[in-house]
Ligand binder design. Structure first.
Ligand SMILES: C[S@@+](CC[C@H](N)C(=O)[O-])C[C@H]1O[C@@H](n2cnc3c(N)ncnc32)[C@H](O)[C@@H]1O
Length: 272
């Protein structure tokens, strides 16, 4: 593991995460009760625009029950559970953080989805899968933590079937410096953002062709605005995962978007 990977894993260390999640969930439902994907959404969709973004990206990717999906950098498994519950497809989640994978497995059991969604620790740059093992790869708010973008996209291409789909939801650099800390990095040492143009060039060099390429920055700004003016979502939210200063850190992301320092990109690409 490189120094960078170790630092990224440290950022998502999630000390005692499953126990903390267990206790915040106990406040809304007894341990033995089944949870729904919708109930968990404020807690387990670790990206801009939450479950709404996952829903839109999944619809654009065109999933079916037979689609073999890899959710790369799956966090605590919210998107993977949504895909499994909605489309009835098998989803494999991989993440660098052992604590996140533990929590993903626990939450998936609580949702009764363990037959469809499975999780394992792994590095996106060195995946434990054979060539062409998946039909679709999801990558939501992960690429900015990976220092070698070409290696990341080459690895995704390797494990995708020819003609397979790559669904991407990323933050991209716009103008000026990024204000830190942000949800994925305390400082610039573990943040590897690219501009939209450089992201597209890297994807094309790796053998991907865009079938959807959409700037979602305005939609994200509206979402942040609504979140700031409305009531906070009922029940546990991402602060239970990332700590009590998380709302302030999310505020920096919102500021970066508002000041055109960063943008939000959604894309679906096919592998050649
Ligand atoms: C902001 S979270 C997004 C989680 C999830 N995709 C979601 O949208 O809910 C970024 C995730 O990427 C994972 N990650 C970062 N670098 C990774 C790598 N090289 N390999 C695997 N996972 C990685 C982190 O551990 C973290 O869980």
């Amino acid at each position: 593991m490189t120094d960078t990977t170790t630092k990224v894993r440290e950022h998502y260390r999630g000390t005692d995460l499953s126990d903390r999640i267990r206790s915040v969930l106990a406040a809304i439902t007894p341990e033995g009760d089944t949870l729904t994907v919708a109930q968990l959404a404020p807690l387990d969709q670790f990206h801009t625009r939450g479950i709404l973004a996952t829903t839109e990206l999944a619809d654009a990717a065109g999933l079916e029950p037979s689609t073999r999906v890899l959710d790369l950098g799956c966090g605590i498994g919210g998107p993977a559970r949504y895909l499994a519950a909605t489309f009835g497809c098998r989803v494999t989640g991989v993440d660098l953080s052992p604590a996140f994978i533990d929590a993903a497995i626990y939450l998936t059991e609580r949702c009764g989805l363990s037959d469809l969604a499975t999780f394992q620790v792994g590095n996106a740059l060195d995946l434990p899968f054979e060539d062409a093992a998946f039909d679709t790869v999801f990558l939501q708010h992960v690429a900015m933590n990976v220092d070698d973008r070409s290696a990341l996209y080459a690895e995704v291409r390797r494990i995708l079937m020819p003609g397979g789909r790559f669904a991407v939801h990323d933050l991209v650099l716009r103008v000026g410096d990024t204000v830190y800390p942000v949800p994925w990095a305390r400082d610039a040492s573990t943040s590897f953002l690219l501009s939209e143009g450089d992201t597209r060039a890297a994807l094309e060099r790796a053998g991907f062709k865009a079938v959807l390429w959409r700037d979602d920055t305005q939609a994200a700004l509206h979402w942040f605005q609504a979140a700031m003016t409305g009531l906070p979502p009922a029940g546990p939210n991402l602060s239970a995962v990332m700590g009590p200063d998380f709302p302030a850190i999310v505020g920096n992301l919102s500021r970066n978007l508002r000041e055109n320092r960063l943008g939000v990109l959604s894309a679906v690409l096919t592998r050649d």
